[in-house]
Design a protein around this ligand. Structure first.
Ligand code: PMP
Length: 290
C-alpha cells in the first residue's frame, strides 16, 4: 500500500504518498495512542463528513489528546485531497496519533499528528450478488466493558482483537466474525454493526459497549422512515435461530446481507432488501435543485 503514488495530507500539507512516513519510535505505534476514521465518497462527495470528523475529534479526546486542527480545516483537507487524487468513489482514512518526541507510557507533550489518505473504492451495486449474503463465524474475544476501555473511541488499539478475530474467521472460510460483549450479549462484527429482522421488526444490539456506527444510525433512520419498527435491545446469541434476516452495516460494508452465522442460517429478505436499496440511494450525492 505504501508503494502507491499520489498525495497524502500530512500535518497541514500535501506530501507525495511514499514520503508520508513515521519514525519507529512513534508513541502511537508503541502504546496505541492512535485514532482513525473510515469514510466513503460517492460521486465526489464524502458521505456524512461532519459526523466522521466529529467522531475523529471525540475519539482523540477519549485518548487524552486533542487534534490540532479545527473541524473546518479537517473537512477542507478531506475534500481537497479527493480533488488532488482525482477521486469520485473513494475511501478516506484520516488518522491521528502521538508522535515520537518522548518514549514512555506518559507522553503528555508529544506532538499530535494528523494524516489523511484517500484511494479509489468503487461502489458496486449488484443486488442479486449482494443478496446471496456473507458467512460469519463467532469470535473468541469479546468487546470489553466500557469501564475497561474507551469503547466509543475509534481507537487503533481496540482493533487488535478485531484483527485476531477476523483472521481466525477467515481461516475457517468465513468473511467476518461476530463478537459478543463482555456480558455475552451479541455486540458487532470486526468492522461493522449487526442487525436482525423477525416478522418485519428490526432487532439490533443497544450500542452501549461498541461503536454506534454512522451507518447504523443512518440505517435506523431509514428504517423508521419506512415505518419499520426498530428495537435496540440486549440480544443473546441463543436468540439467533429465532431471526429470519440478518445484515451488517458500516462505511465499508454499507448494508451487507448475512446468510449464516456459525451454522445458523438466514434468508436475506424484504427488510434487508429495502434497507440495502434505501442506503445505496441515501449515499448518492444530493443534486442541488435546478
Ligand atoms: N464497528 C466497528 C468495530 C467498526 O470498525 C465500524 C466501522 N467504522 C463500525 C462498527 C461501523 O461504523 P460506521 O458505520 O461509522 O462505519
Amino acid at each position: 500500500f505504501d508503494k502507491r503514488s499520489g498525495w497524502i495530507w500530512y500535518d497541514g500539507a500535501f506530501v507525495p504518498w511514499q514520503d508520508a512516513q513515521v519514525h519507529v519510535l512513534t508513541h502511537g505505534l508503541h502504546y496505541g495512542s492512535c485514532v482513525f476514521e473510515g469514510e466513503r465518497a460517492y460521486g465526489g462527495e464524502i458521505f456524512k463528513l461532519d459526523e466522521h470528523t466529529a467522531r475523529l475529534k471525540h475519539s482523540a479526546e477519549l485518548l487524552d489528546f486533542e487534534i490540532p486542527y479545527g473541524t473546518d480545516e479537517i473537512n477542507a483537507a478531506c475534500r481537497e485531497l479527493l480533488v488532488r487524487q482525482k477521486l469520485n468513489d473513494a475511501y478516506l482514512r484520516p488518522v491521528a496519533w502521538r508522535g515520537s518526541d518522548m518514549m514512555g507510557v506518559s507522553a503528555q507533550h508529544n506532538q499530535i499528528h494528523l494524516a489523511i489518505a484517500a484511494w479509489e473504492w468503487p461502489s458496486y451495486f449488484d443486488p442479486a450478488q449482494r443478496l446471496k449474503g456473507i458467512r460469519i463465524g463467532m469470535a473468541k474475544y469479546r468487546r470489553p466493558d466500557p469501564m475497561t476501555a474507551p469503547s466509543t473511541s475509534k481507537a487503533a488499539g481496540l482493533y487488535m482483537i478485531c484483527t485476531i478475530s477476523k483472521h481466525a474467521a477467515e481461516r475457517e472460510g468465513f468473511a467476518d466474525a461476530l463478537m459478543l460483549d463482555w456480558r455475552g450479549r451479541v455486540a458487532e462484527c470486526t468492522g461493522a454493526n449487526v442487525f436482525f429482522a423477525k416478522d418485519g421488526v428490526i432487532h439490533t444490539p443497544e450500542a452501549d459497549a461498541f461503536l454506534n456506527g454512522i451507518t447504523r444510525q443512518t440505517v435506523i433512520a431509514l428504517a423508521k422512515r419506512r415505518g419499520i419498527e426498530v428495537m435496540e435491545r440486549a440480544i443473546m446469541p441463543e436468540e439467533l435461530p429465532s431471526f429470519d434476516e440478518c445484515f451488517i452495516t458500516g462505511t465499508a460494508a454499507e448494508v451487507t446481507p448475512v446468510a449464516e452465522i456459525a451454522g445458523q442460517h438466514f434468508q436475506p429478505g424484504p427488510v434487508t432488501k429495502t434497507l440495502l436499496e434505501d442506503y445505496m440511494s441515501e449515499v448518492q450525492p444530493k443534486k442541488a435543485a435546478a
